[in-house]
Design a protein around this ligand. Structure first.
Ligand SMILES: [Fe+2]
Ligand SMILES: [Fe+2]
Length: 217
């Protein structure tokens, strides 16, 4: 009604563009009875979405545990606030996937207890190598997660970008955060830790295995 009144009052033309855009977005959102994932069309789509959401949730859960481990060792050091900042973003990522899983009745991976311990141990042990070790771990993990999200974005775009608009928005936003974490690690001397490449490759191999099994179990 408001829009109609403004239009009738003959407000300047420029105003009508954002108003029209706004009403289109509002209409689109209100016509959808879900917040992020559309109800599955068939069992094949349900299975694909379950796998995707399960592994994303597991990844964010693991990331939270890694930062928790790093904070247990470096929390009181000068690097503490920087790690805390990244952890706070991971908490938001995890919260979102908790919500999405609940809304779509997707069960989390059965391996959460394992990622709980493994994530914390990885975070803490990398931090025991010093700030540079923690940052090397961050670079390795965040690069893997970024690649993983990019793969998902590609898959969803190929399938039906219109249908998965909301999920794509979430994943792209998180992917950008993970890229930032990766860059933060590099800016804070990740590459100067002794055995950087070995450490990075070992951690990334672990991430690949974790991604593979978290989709399936
Ligand atoms: Fe994350
Ligand atoms: Fe991250």
């Amino acid at each position: 009604m408001c829009i109609q009144v403004f239009t009738n009052m003959g407000l300047i033309d420029q105003l009508q563009v954002p108003v029209t855009l706004f009403s289109a977005v509002t209409l689109q959102q209100s016509s959808r009875a879900y917040s992020v994932i559309p109800p599955p069309r068939d069992s094949e789509e349900k299975e694909m979405m379950d796998r995707m959401l399960r592994v994303d949730h597991a990844g964010e859960y693991g990331a939270n545990r890694i930062y928790a481990g790093q904070m247990a060792v470096l929390g009181r050091s000068r690097t503490g606030p920087l790690i805390q900042e990244m952890w706070d973003q991971e908490k938001k990522h995890l919260e979102k996937f908790n919500e999405i899983l609940a809304e779509n009745r997707v069960r989390p991976t059965a391996l959460l207890p394992l990622w709980n311990v493994a994530g914390f141990v990885l975070g803490a042990s990398s931090a025991l190598l010093g700030k540079e070790g923690a940052m090397a771990c961050t670079v390795a993990v965040e690069e893997s997660i970024t690649e993983h999200y990019n793969n998902q974005i590609r898959t969803l775009m190929e399938k039906d970008p219109e249908r998965y608009t909301e999920l794509l928005q979430v994943i792209k936003e998180f992917r950008d955060d993970e890229m930032e974490h990766h860059d933060t690690g590099l800016e804070h001397d990740a590459e100067t830790v002794p055995g950087y490449w070995l450490l990075k490759n070992a951690i990334q191999l672990g991430c690949k295995v974790a991604i593979y099994v978290s989709q399936r179990i």
